[in-house]
Design a protein around this ligand. Structure first.
Ligand code: C2E
Ligand code: MG
Ligand code: MG
Length: 570
């Protein structure tokens, strides 16, 4: 999932910003200057059992366990007043009365003049078995699939993401035919088997990045993100019919073979709708039309191609020839260590110079290359080139810096990834400690075991790994805990308004703090001015990257820059 190009709208950015706090499992509590709680996130409710309505307007002492004396709390707040922050272990009490151990960070958030705006508390449940009411509200008990509540939640997020990256997204609404009568004749346990089998087959049929939901009784939805063209949604619908609904299902007891058919309605963003309500409504309308067509059919909400699909086809065709024609270049952008002011690395960013189209931005062609698999050879070429350039800098006596290479989800999922990377390092004769790989949060990561295994293998080789565009994907920080990572790159959409928008300020402060508790270095992307820089410094951000220092530039210019600055920027 390639990152943002910095063109997102304010509203999207805020939605995404909120989404970090909304989706993290850590409890976040915002308290105003008189000590009144003004908001809490779902993670907070999940941990404490208190819903937002229970606590907003009240005081944080509702969590007091009784295990600490008044002096403990007085010392805690004195530290917040004095140092701006308190970190420690604390016993808190849940709504149900249970006392539990937590780690707590309280930070005073101030504006640029040092005026206190609010306090942010971050609670991490440290009890061995934390209750998980959230899981029950968001997942269907029979199939284990995420339910309608989660679909509503996620779809908003996915749409914002698709908008930012000009991607096509499709919703497939799937309804089983005559399920009720099957259920009535064969009984509930047969009904459950059918629902579970359909759920399992659906999940296997779609790509890892696509999300499957169970919406209600006999209704499912599949959301296809990042599809290359409109026709792909129909292709998937056909595949679903073939793989899920033309194979018999064996009822428990094994005597009956059931054939279950379904009707599928398709609605596409941005073609058919731009908001989630309309998108879902249109998919449903199309599904009803499909029902009229008879068993196992699908319908588009509005059939037809759009000009964007043609454009995609053209780019796809030209991409095939680009590697052979040597139309790709790698640009470099310096990564700067805030404490020392030294350049510690360079991010390799691909550029495509096409004879007719001119410079095509990676945001435009990477998603297409990702879709049709060309990202594998293209990404391999970037990796090789970047390793060779880094080695050259070292040979020329320039500062010994690390090179960062972006890996797309598809590259990351290659079975022989570590061999590919090992080979590139060998060819360039580059020490692995001078290579960092940037991966983005993606739904593909939901196969956490595989992700952990791959990351461990990379670690063993000695290369560094960064999580890129943090805050625009799906993984919560809590989730990242399991992954052996080195660096967290905060997406530029959060950095943009950090000096003018107290919300963004708070979010970045929280991200930095949470990342540090996970022992990750934090890099802020898209730093364009001095006031952003001073905020980042104050929040303890480790590294920065952005136009304030240099845009991405061709390799010879980058070498000049290293020479002129002697690798020092601040
Ligand atoms: P990214 O990895 O998050 O890269 C950072 C992007 O932010 C780059 O966009 C960079 O030019 C831009 N940027 C840097 N500083 C600033 C700033 O101060 N302000 C603003 N507004 N933007 C800034 P670029 O080069 O267009 O690349 C876009 C995305 O395309 C990258 O996001 C990355 O996800 C993807 N990409 C680029 N090269 C490769 C590659 O070789 N392989 C893969 N898989 N993806 C790549
Ligand atoms: Mg990157
Ligand atoms: Mg990025």
């Amino acid at each position: 999932m390639p990152g943002s190009n910095g063109h997102s709208h304010g509203a999207d950015r805020l939605a995404l910003a909120d989404a970090v706090i909304e989706n993290t499992n850590e409890g976040v509590m915002i308290v105003d200057t008189d000590g009144t709680i003004t908001s809490v996130n779902p993670g907070f409710s999940h941990i404490t059992g208190y819903e937002s309505a229970d606590v907003v307007g009240g005081k944080p002492d509702i969590l007091k366990s009784g295990r600490h004396d008044e002096e403990f709390y007085a010392r805690m707040w004195a530290a917040v007043e004095r140092d701006g922050v308190w970190k420690g272990r604390i016993w808190d009490r849940r709504k149900n009365g249970e006392i539990f151990p937590a780690s707590l960070i309280i930070r005073a958030v101030k504006d640029s003049h040092g005026k206190l705006l609010q306090y942010v508390g971050l609670i991490v449940d440290q009890s061995p078995f934390s209750p998980d009411p959230k899981t029950q509200n968001y997942y269907d008990v029979i199939t284990g699939l995420p339910n309608r509540v989660l679909l509503n939640d996620r779809l908003e997020f996915m749409l914002a993401h698709a908008k930012r990256n000009s991607q096509i997204l499709a919703v497939l609404m799937i309804d089983l035919d005559r399920f009720k009568s099957t259920n009535d004749t064969l009984g509930y346990s047969a009904g459950d088997t059918i629902l579970q089998t359909v759920a399992g087959r659906l999940t296997k049929t779609v790509r890892e990045v696509d999300a499957v939901f169970r919406l209600g009784n006999d209704e499912y939805a599949v959301v296809l993100e990042e599809i290359a063209q409109l026709e792909d949604a129909a292709k998937v619908a056909k595949k679903i019919i073939r793989n899920v609904f033309t194979q018999p299902i064996r009822a428990p007891g094994g005597r009956h073979e059931l054939y279950i058919s379904a009707s599928i309605g398709i609605s596409i963003f941005p073609h058919d709708a731009s908001d989630k309500e309309t998108l879902l409504k249109n998919a449903e309308a199309a599904m009803y039309r499909a029902k009229e067509q008879g068993e196992n059919s699908y319908e588009h909400y509005t059939p037809g191609m759009n000009p964007r699909a043609l454009e995609v086809l053209t780019i796809e065709y030209r991409l095939h020839k680009a590697l052979k024609n040597e139309e790709f270049l790698v640009y470099y952008q310096p990564l700067i260590e805030l404490r020392s002011g030294a350049v510690m690395g360079a991010e390799a960013l691909i550029r495509w110079k096409h004879p007719e189209m001119g410079m095509v931005s990676p945001g435009e062609f990477i998603p297409i290359a990702e879709e049709n698999g060309l990202i594998i050879p293209i990404g391999g070429w970037v990796l090789d080139t970047a390793c060779q350039h880094a080695k050259e800098w070292h040979r020329k006596g320039l500062p010994k810096i690390r090179v960062s290479v972006n890996l797309s989800a598809r590259q990351f999922q290659q079975a022989n990834l570590s061999t590919i990377i090992g080979d590139a390092l060998k060819r360039a004769e580059l020490d692995p400690k001078y290579l960092e790989l940037e991966i983005t949060e993606s739904l593909g990561m939901k196969n956490a075991e595989l992700t952990v295994r791959t990351l461990k293998e990379l670690k063993r080789m000695g290369v560094y790994v960064a999580i890129d565009d943090f805050g625009t994907g799906y993984s919560s920080l809590n989730y990242l805990k399991r992954f052996p990572l080195d660096t967290l790159k905060v997406d530029q959409s959060f950095v943009r308004d950090i000096s003018t928008d107290p919300d963004d300020e708070t979010i970045v402060a929280i991200i930095i703090q949470m990342a540090h508790t996970l022992k990750l270095k934090v890099l802020a992307e898209g730093v364009e001015n001095a006031s952003q820089l001073s905020f980042l410094r104050r929040f303890g951000c480790d590294r920065v990257q952005g136009y304030l220092f240099s845009p991405p530039i061709p390799v010879d210019q980058f070498e000049d820059l290293l020479r002129k600055t002697k690798g020092r920027f601040l």
